[in-house]
Design a protein around this ligand. Structure first.
Ligand SMILES: [Zn+2]
Length: 266
């Protein structure tokens, strides 16, 4: 299992929070590195991105993950997670309480068991302890839903005066329930556009509640028409700056607590 014990330091300048939207094609993965070098990974792309994920983590100098979140059991999010869990020391892992009979999901549970980890339930109103200076809150799932997308863990990260909302594949039902139960807490400077820009997410009401300045769409070549025109035009109408993995490669947004700095691969 391992190349994991090397001690190459995580690259941090002790000032910036780094939120990195890794280009994993059609899928999602966000790597968070805090000012003090704590690390959190939300999702890890599809099954064919396992090696890509390991390479990314190496290139960012990440040799341990303090927190891992599997947003929901879909393969384009947790496909690469089993390998990541096996290869790196992991602090805590969170997933929503929804089961799946897929081999992908079972591989993740096997990896968790092989490391003697226990999955903590991702559900609304949980604060995750990552770094003293950075607040990490789970805002969803607010209720129990039948479909996996609405069961997605939604994460809000706040560093001083800046904030990020990472919505995974949450759809309109979950968005509505987040508006009802979190209201103005949803407001964030950066938003990951829900479900790769599917029209079932990013409702106008939700965008009005979050009011992001910057939106990121994690999307690659796909047959679903992601990102959809209605979502792109909603973002456009509100004058939101949009970055996309398919056009920009990996997108990193750093915060010094007051200013955001966007770096894109292309
Ligand atoms: Zn997805």
């Amino acid at each position: 299992m391992g190349t994991s014990e090397d001690t190459k330091p995580v690259v941090t300048n002790n000032r910036d929070l780094r939120v990195i939207f890794l280009d994993v094609g059609q899928g999602a993965s966000q790597l968070i590195i805090t000012p003090s070098g704590k690390t959190m990974l939300i999702d890890a792309g599809n099954n064919d991105k396992e090696q890509t994920m390991i390479n990314y983590l190496h290139s960012y100098g990440v040799s341990r993950l303090d927190v891992v979140i599997g947003s929901h059991p879909d393969a384009d999010h947790i496909g690469g997670l089993d390998r990541v869990i096996k290869e790196l020391p992991i602090g805590k892992i969170y997933m929503p309480k929804i089961m799946s009979s897929t081999k992908t999901f079972e591989s993740v549970l096997d990896a968790v068991a092989s490391k003697n980890l226990k999955v903590k339930t991702a559900v609304t109103d949980i604060d995750i302890d990552l770094d003293n200076q950075v607040k990490v809150q789970l805002l969803a799932p607010v209720k129990t839903y039948d479909d996996t997308n609405n069961m997605c863990a939604v994460v809000k990260i706040t560093y001083k005066n800046t904030s990020f909302l990472l919505t995974a594949d949450a759809e309109s039902k979950s968005e509505q329930d987040m508006i009802t139960s979190h209201g103005s807490d949803l407001k964030s400077d950066v938003m990951l556009v829900g479900h790769h820009g599917s029209k079932s997410s990013t409702t106008a009401r939700f965008l009005n509640a979050v009011k992001p300045k910057i939106a990121v769409i994690q999307v690659g070549e796909n047959k679903y028409g992601h990102p959809t025109k209605p979502v792109l035009s909603r973002l456009n109408k509100q004058g939101i700056e949009v970055y996309r993995n398919d056009l920009n490669g990996t997108v990193e947004i750093d915060s010094d607590g007051s200013t955001l700095n966007v770096q894109k691969e292309r």
